[in-house]
Design a protein around this ligand. Structure first.
Ligand code: ARG
Length: 281
């Protein structure tokens, strides 16, 4: 392939691959406890606003041709809307989360039941702390895995054994970016954008080596959850306000940024990617 051909591929021919997502309606959304710096139980929330905004994301996926399955929300589990945390799903194998905080622990049961009822053959719950695709990001034949706040190194090792693919461990150091998917976003196979300061110096080095062409986001982008973006290979769904900041870099690389308003869910420390669990295989 000539240099020109490679450039054309990366700039003009971004292909959206139809995806299957699992989402959870925020029927019982609320902030009643605080397990990350974004959550303040004194700030009023509205489940109705949350639901309307969530529907905007859901309908955007459907309009883009993606298939969205729904898991029934459970009363008393206000964070269940963040379906990304329920499991990691690669090649038809499902590793259900084990949550660090007791407030979310019961979500695992709902995900185990959902995957079993839906007929997924290889389903089990992680033994070590593992917050699903909040901390495990599939980047084509490999998983990037976050630790430091929620999932731990034993959880990374367990995922490597379970899926039989390499896991690159990355240490998060800023409590605002407590899940890997708040600090790094997978755009396409081998292509990512991230906020370097969210990572330990050693992890920054690893990321720079592994992804020399990554988009590096600034603090403002990360702080508005601009990295909690969901890419289908062409369209990148991310917070409306972040489109102004990182949109030009995405467009330059042939991606199509789509702004989504999820400000209500941001009160719990989540955004588009957090609400979405990709079902692979
Ligand atoms: N309040 C939730 C928590 O702290 C937000 C989870 C966001 N999900 C994510 N994939 N980053 O656990």
């Amino acid at each position: 392939m000539t240099h020109t051909a490679i450039e054309q591929t990366s700039n003009d021919d971004r292909i959206a691959r139809p995806r299957r997502f699992l989402m959870c309606r925020p029927t019982y959304f609320d902030v009643t406890y605080s397990i990350n710096p974004w959550m303040d139980p004194n700030v009023p929330t509205s489940a109705d606003t949350g639901l309307a905004q969530w529907k905007g994301l859901h309908d955007a996926y459907v309009a883009l041709g993606h298939d969205v399955a729904l898991i029934e929300p459970v009363p008393g589990l206000p964070d269940m809307v963040f379906a990304a945390n329920g499991a990691t799903v690669v090649d038809g194998k499902v590793l259900v989360a084990r949550f660090r905080h007791h407030q979310r622990a019961d979500e695992s049961r709902a995900y185990l039941d959902w995957f079993r009822a839906a007929g997924w053959a290889e389903v089990r719950q992680a033994e070590s702390f593992n917050e699903g695709e909040g901390d495990f990001l599939y980047v084509g034949g490999e998983l990037l895995a976050g630790c430091g706040f929620r999932s731990d190194l034993r959880g990374h090792h367990e995922a490597q054994e379970f899926f039989g693919i390499p896991v690159l461990s990355l240490t998060l150091v800023d409590p605002r970016f407590y899940h890997l998917d708040t600090a790094l976003s997978v755009l396409g196979p081998g292509e990512v954008m991230y906020y370097p300061q969210a990572f330990s110096p050693d992890s920054r080095r690893r990321l720079a080596e592994r992804f020399p062409d990554a988009i590096l986001a600034d603090e403002a982008t990360a702080a508005m959850f601009g990295l909690n973006a969901l890419s289908d290979g062409r369209h990148v769904l991310l917070p409306e306000r972040a489109v102004e900041l990182v949109g030009p870099q995405l467009r330059e690389r042939g991606y199509v940024p789509i702004g989504i308003d999820l400000t209500e869910l941001l009160k719990a420390g989540g955004n588009a990617k957090c609400c979405t669990l990709e079902l692979r295989g």
